[in-house]
Ligand binder design. Sequence first.
Ligand code: NAD
Ligand code: DAU
Length: 339
Amino acid sequence: MKLLVTGGAGFIGSHFINYWIKNHPDDNIVNLDNLTYAGSLVNLQQVIDSPNYEFVKGDISDMPLVEKIMNGVGIVVHFAAETHVDRSIMDPWPFIQSNLVGTYTLLEVAKKHKIQRFHHISTDEVFGTLELDKDHKFNEETKYNPRSPYSATKAGSDHLVRAYFYTYNLPITISNCSNNFGPAMYPEKLIPLAITNALEDKKIPIHGDGKNERDWLFVEDHISAIELILEKGKIGETYLVGGLKSGMSNLDTVKKILSLMGKDEDLIQMVADRPGNDRRYDIDWSKIRKELGWEPKHNFEDGLKITIDWYRENEEWWRKIKSGEFKDYYAKQFGNDGL
Ligand code: NAD
Ligand code: DAU
């Protein structure tokens, strides 16, 4: 089978490709990625010389290019997106272009090529926010209520994917997952930012009162969920994928990281809140457990230890990022807080 993976040079996409080439040696993968600031071919060193892997540098909204490379493809696994909420607040346009126009382009070509499966990777952020101190969770029936430009474009892309199923019978599946963490995540997101700043003995910014909660999912567990959906998922269905740690505030998450790293909590610096910062995410993942037999294998602490070790051992990777485009972004984002 030939797979077209979009956004395969990013954090989750590269974990997927590395896993898939190793565990499905009869399959071929074409990775379409335009290498934005978040994409890196270094993440794909282990497959780069593999005969069943091909990289194409290009944009998912480039219709002629997508037409060309979708020839012979059986399965599309669509990761490519602009993904960072704070950047979407600074400038929504790239999010509209990649997440909406890009997804439309892929769907349109997939329809023409009669592909066997279009799997769309989405997020729990499309559901908006949950209140603190209540035990309700997101599930597959939860109404969409996106609150940032990022989540609004992801919600729009989910609607487009479903529209192609109902209108054109395109064989789709969708997964909406919670916050991933793990090796090789771009250090703009909370966990890799906290780890790399701690390694540099720099202050770690915490938005608002630090009480917001996320439902942390180790990236390898996310990949195993996608594999099951591709192999056993029902066409037209959506599956929610969550982690083994919910109910932990951002502040406690960073304190946990600092304690595992043997660093002092005075590295924490409270900063202005993110506008519209969703208070709590929590996922009920019983559907994928009952129907496909999935469950996460990594508890939060094990996942954090693996992640911390990776950033310790791969300083060159993140130091190169932090000395480049990231510096301007960071100054714009946290300059007013003196960071
Ligand atoms: P990432 O930001 O690390 O990587 C995104 C990749 O997509 C990059 O390699 C980038 O170059 C590529 N890309 C962006 N726009 C493109 C375009 N127009 N054409 C071609 N390539 C393009 O993202 P990630 O964290 O790996 O997220 C992957 C997917 O998973 C996204 O769809 C995201 O919405 C979703 N998701 C992520 C998380 C998370 O916690 N990281 C959680 C839920 C869902
Ligand atoms: O829930 C899934 C989503 O998780 C994905 O769809 C997004 O692509 C991904 O970026 C992530 O979004 P979040 O906004 O939840 O992740 P982030 O790491 O940016 O922020 C997590 C929480 O931590 C949020 O409440 C804001 C806060 N935060 C974030 C950063 C970067 C801080 O307190 N300090 C920070 O420096």
